[in-house]
Design a protein around this ligand. Structure first.
Ligand code: PEP
Length: 253
């Protein structure tokens, strides 16, 4: 369970899913589930760029906020296919994911992750910064080394005052989209390491650290009961608003 002062956050990463019509239907259902009540956790949805503005408008005034899945490090320019932080901020979104492993696998470097985090913060977006090891790295005993490299690189230019705008997400690559969730013990150990590493730059006691990797309504409560896990970054299960809502509810313990 999160320490007092660290409100759990459950964020749903839709990845490359949902047309605008599907996104609108999702929001309609989520608003019914929210029912005007204060949820057990803070919640955010991360639609594809095409649906950002529509989802932000639909959820405006509700406790749910909206985040992009990445931003480019430049504010504007000749970067075909990319979207910048000021463009995202102008949609009404309040945050963005940075450094998701699916983007790192497509070539995003540690330096780019750091530059994209800086761009997000420059434009007052909250950043959910993803780190995590592959199966081969875990089996080779390199988990801590990978986390150390990724966290230090991402946060190299950050200071404690940035803590409220940053949320770290430990996402072991071997658990993402595989149905192979980390055990609560493994997730806790790594989230504690991420907190300690991030604490070299940020206020580790106040920082939220999420776990991500095959989180479902069935395993969410056990994961979020751990002291260094302050919520979840959810992929597949977040595509169904009822499943996503059940995970939000699991944050209550
Ligand atoms: C993710 O995409 O960040 C993720 C954790 O996906 P899944 O929940 O599907 O494993």
């Amino acid at each position: 369970m999160s320490a007092p002062g660290r409100r759990p956050l459950v964020a749903g990463n839709w990845k490359m899913n949902k047309t605008n019509a599907e996104a609108a239907a999702y929001c309609e259902r989520l608003l019914v589930l929210l029912g005007g009540r204060e949820p057990a956790a803070e919640l955010a949805v991360c639609p594809p760029f095409t649906a950002l503005e529509r989802v932000a408008a639909a959820l405006e005034g509700s406790p749910a906020w909206v985040a992009a899945q990445t931003v480019h490090e430049a504010d504007a320019g000749a970067h075909t296919g990319e979207v910048s932080a000021p463009m995202v901020a102008a949609t009404g979104a309040r945050g963005t994911i940075v450094g998701h492993s699916e983007r790192r696998a497509a070539g995003e470097s540690d330096a780019q992750v750091a530059a994209r985090l800086a761009a997000a913060l420059r434009h007052r977006l909250v950043a959910i910064v993803c780190v995590g090891e592959s199966l081969a790295q875990r089996e080779a005993g390199e988990t801590l080394a990978v986390l150390t490299r990724q966290v230090r690189a991402a946060l190299a230019a950050m200071g404690r005052e940035e803590t409220p705008r940053i949320c770290m997400a430990y996402e072991p690559i071997w658990a993402i989209g595989t149905g192979r969730t980390a055990t609560p013990d493994i997730a806790q150990e790594a989230c504690a390491q991420v907190r300690a590493l991030a604490g070299e730059r940020l206020d580790g006691g106040a920082l939220r650290v999420l776990y991500g990797g095959s989180v479902t309504p069935a395993n969410a409560a056990d994961l979020m009961r751990e002291p260094d896990i302050d919520g979840a970054l959810v992929g597949g299960a977040s595509l169904d608003p009822d499943a996503f809502w059940a995970i939000v509810g699991a944050a209550a313990g």
